[in-house]
Design a protein around this ligand. Structure first.
Ligand SMILES: Nc1ncnc2c1ncn2[C@@H]1O[C@H](COP(=O)(O)OP(=O)(O)O)[C@@H](O)[C@H]1O
Ligand SMILES: [Mg+2]
Length: 257
């Protein structure tokens, strides 16, 4: 097995959008949801996307994840240009290369935790890498819950199952739209910790939409959207530095302690 040098690993790009625009409707009802957005998501980096409601966060995530079409520009996952793919190829790329975590856990109630975790791979007819799966399950602390059904698990545990499901196929990139939006702060902190560990320890690439500065502080960088454009970016964020930027961007004055 060959290993990639760290320097190379940290500079390779898992996904990229270039001059990405998404326009809904026409004429007077036209909405520019994304206005020529260019952004790269580097491998083994955890990015949080923030911005006011309606700023284009979900649209950006959905377009880069191949869940939605765009009006102009381009999106690449690894070396693959999404615009060049037919529907079937896009479905396959989504299944094989991309993991998703939603606000609603989206687990199947009749399946056990383990069956839920391996379901996407079962559908794809792929055998999970046993060692990888074990390390994911251990990291997420679910080893003694694998035979439980979702109804027998707390919300936090269910979302941990959903995180394990996203990680199981070792996707090139994981997207989460408000993945902690339905969790209490303690369960949310656990899930965010696991996402961060998957980046630090397993080299995963994670992109997460959130409106919560505390959640964003788990990321390596925070990208701020407003009116469909990237307006700011913070590396090594803290909840305070994120809140400060949010206030500044909204025209408010940061509070002095
Ligand atoms: N299906 C749609 N039809 C028309 N406009 C839409 C649609 N989806 C989103 N929009 C508009 O696009 C903009 C960005 O939406 P969205 O990406 O959902 O924002 P966010 O996730 O940041 O709240 C908003 O103005 C929203 O009203
Ligand atoms: Mg949204």
């Amino acid at each position: 097995m060959t290993t990639t040098p760290i320097a190379e690993r940290t500079t390779s790009v898992a996904a990229r959008a270039t001059d990405l625009s998404k326009i809904y409707g026409q004429g007077e009802t036209q909405v520019v949801a994304l206005d020529q957005v260019s952004i790269a998501f580097r491998q083994a980096e955890f990015t949080a996307i923030m911005g006011p409601s309606g700023s284009g966060k979900s649209t950006l995530m959905h377009c880069v994840a191949g869940l939605d079409t765009f009006s102009s520009g381009s999106v690449r996952i690894g070396d693959t240009e999404l615009g060049s793919l037919k529907d079937k190829q896009l479905t396959k790329l989504r299944r094989d290369k991309i993991g998703f975590i939603f606000q609603a856990f989206n687990l199947l109630p009749t399946l056990t935790a383990l069956e839920n975790i391996t379901l996407p791979m079962d559908i794809a007819g792929r055998k999970p890498d046993k060692q990888w799966l074990d390390s994911v399950i251990t990291m997420i602390g679910l080893a003694d819950r694998l035979k439980h059904r979702p109804s027998q698990l707390s919300g936090g545990q269910q979302q941990r199952v959903a995180v394990a499901r996203a990680l199981a196929s070792r996707p090139d990139i994981i997207f989460g739209d408000e993945p902690t939006g339905n969790l209490d702060s303690r369960s949310g902190a656990e899930v965010l910790g696991f996402l961060r560990n998957s980046v630090r320890e397993l080299g995963q690439t994670v992109v997460m939409v959130t409106h919560d500065p505390v959640a964003a502080a788990y990321a390596d960088r925070v990208v701020f959207l407003a009116d469909g454009r990237i307006v700011d970016e913070v590396y090594e964020p803290t909840a305070d530095s994120v809140l400060d930027r949010m206030l500044r961007l909204s025209g408010g004055t940061p509070q002095t302690p």
